[in-house]
Design a protein. Structure first.
Length: 261
């Protein structure tokens, strides 16, 4: 397999290089990552200005690395269309410094990068390390080992064009309580705290302490020190509501035809 690695924490991020090292043990690997941190940009891409791409010194033997002054989505598109010499078969984004679960996956740059691969029919996976619940030294190499093991196990077991969102507790692998196949929890993993005093108010996102997520959700897995693997898909249409709205569409058409000029 030929692998493209990206992230949203930037080309200098330790998690990126740990992931690239692990993926390079599975096949030819290429890094295309943002020049600077791009957390929270989701699937966004850069428009109305030129982007610069620059080869950087690689920390992993045999792995070419490039930085882009754009978003993670830009990195995926440029990596696939301009940098890769051969067809990429797997996109992996991470290892992110912090969990990406619940509603947060809609704005995550880590997950957003994988959507750009998924939209193009590419097997894609996001990998995040939950530093909020276990805030010690980041165990990026451990999380990268989990990602590598999962890729090895996938092989021919699932259809091509998959999208997986993996979250790993920041604990030693021997202390992980299990591996859970999960769905996306409703709600947020973080809360907004007021910090500062007086007129200069500021806000900071912190881990919620009142979490009681439903079983078999991504948040539930992390609360219970399990690896969370959530398959995602891109069909955003509410098919049941489409059926329910058919009479409304017919009535609207009659209203429009009967409306005065």
């Amino acid at each position: 397999m030929r692998i493209l690695v990206t992230n949203d924490d930037g080309i200098e991020a330790e998690g990126l290089w740990a992931l690239a090292q692990a993926m390079s043990e599975l096949g030819p690997t290429l890094i295309v990552a943002p020049e600077h941190a791009q957390s929270g940009v989701g699937t966004s891409v850069t428009l109305r200005r030129a982007m610069n791409i620059c080869e950087v010194e690689s920390r992993v033997p045999g792995v070419r690395a490039y930085s882009v002054d754009g978003t993670p989505g830009d990195c995926v598109i440029l990596g696939l269309r301009r940098v890769a010499k051969e067809r990429i078969t797997l996109l992996v984004s991470g290892v992110n410094a912090g969990a990406n679960v619940g509603n947060e996956i809609l704005v995550s740059g880590t997950v957003g990068a994988t959507w750009q691969g998924y939209f193009r029919g590419l097997n894609s996976m996001a990998v995040s390390l939950d530093l909020q619940r276990h805030p010690g030294a980041p165990l990026y190499t451990e999380a990268a080992r989990v990602a590598k093991a999962l890729v090895q196990r996938l092989s021919d077991r699932i259809p091509s064009g998959f999208l997986l969102n993996m979250n790993v507790p920041n604990i030693r692998l021997e202390n992980i309580a299990g591996v859970a196949l999960t769905r996306v929890a409703r709600g947020a993993y973080f809360k907004l705290d007021d910090v500062g005093e007086g007129s200069a108010r500021s806000y900071q996102s912190t881990l919620r302490t009142d979490l009681a997520p439903p079983e078999h959700t991504d948040m539930w897995a992390l609360v219970n020190d399990m690896v969370s693997i959530t398959p995602l898909e891109g069909d955003l249409s509410d098919h049941a509501l489409i059926e329910a709205l058919h009479p409304t569409a017919d009535e609207l058409l009659r209203d429009l035809r009967g409306a005065p000029a």
